[in-house]
Design a binder for this molecule. Sequence first.
Ligand SMILES: NC(=O)c1ccc[n+]([C@@H]2O[C@H](COP(=O)([O-])OP(=O)(O)OC[C@H]3O[C@@H](n4cnc5c(N)ncnc54)[C@H](OP(=O)(O)O)[C@@H]3O)[C@@H](O)[C@H]2O)c1
Length: 256
Amino acid sequence: MKRVVVVGASSGLGRCIALGLARQGKQVAMLARRRDRLDAAVREAGGGAVAIECDVTDETSCRNAVAQAADALGGIDGVVYSTGVITIKPLDQMDAAAWGKLFATNVTGAALVTAAALPHLAQAGGSAVYLSSISASGGPPWPFVGGYAASKAALDKLVEAWRVEHPSIGFTRLTIGDCLGGEGDSATGSLVGNDPEHISQAVAEWQRLGYFTGHFIDVDHLVDVTIAALHCGASSAIPSLTLVPRAPATTALLEK
Ligand SMILES: NC(=O)c1ccc[n+]([C@@H]2O[C@H](COP(=O)([O-])OP(=O)(O)OC[C@H]3O[C@@H](n4cnc5c(N)ncnc54)[C@H](OP(=O)(O)O)[C@@H]3O)[C@@H](O)[C@H]2O)c1
């Protein structure tokens, strides 16, 4: 597994995964819309990486970006779909545009990128990993993110459907809990653009329900797990993985 396309590499977890792959000597194509951020990530990767603009809500853009990536890397062994948007608001305030953006980005985009990469993945016996969320897959959907949870549940089913139709490719659903990402552009930007009032109401409700614990996955551990899923090789696959934050040992418990 040498040549990997990371979609959503301009920010947060995708950027961390792309840089982690580059650190391991992989050739990485970094895809997203914000060119300046991609260029900065490629500079940080220090060679063997390319920046390619891609808007996953545009079918032509997906096809062209994946073709450019395959040309630049000489093929594609792995795809990481880290692209995602979240809308934090009650369901009864979601309009058609909000629903459309969630599904176009989180679900349809994943299908379009996968379709474009499929011949390359099939030729390489490759793997694809899709970032999902415990807010959708780990139990009841979290309040205030019902639309997001519905889109991630659709993504989960999409990953299974690809596996049924193309069993020679490894398709992994990677369900994760809260992760802040890294520093600077590598920090998660997922809450940007949401109403601060809705965010504080949502966080209070998630804390009350015990969903939000204030513990976070170390992004380096997420990077390792993602790369391991890509690495299983043509003879095996990891259909699904769940990575959740672990509570640190408290001194109160240790002192007893
Ligand atoms: N952070 C968490 O705690 C957490 C928890 C569970 C699941 N997840 C999932 O993990 C993934 C990454 O989250 P994150 O926290 O890293 O979010 P983030 O920092 O907001 O990154 C999202 C990425 O998606 C890209 N993107 C958005 N719309 C796009 C479009 N139309 N075309 C192409 N790229 C697009 C953004 O790039 P551009 O804007 O430059 O296009 C950016 O690179 C998401 O799928 C998220 O749902 C995150």
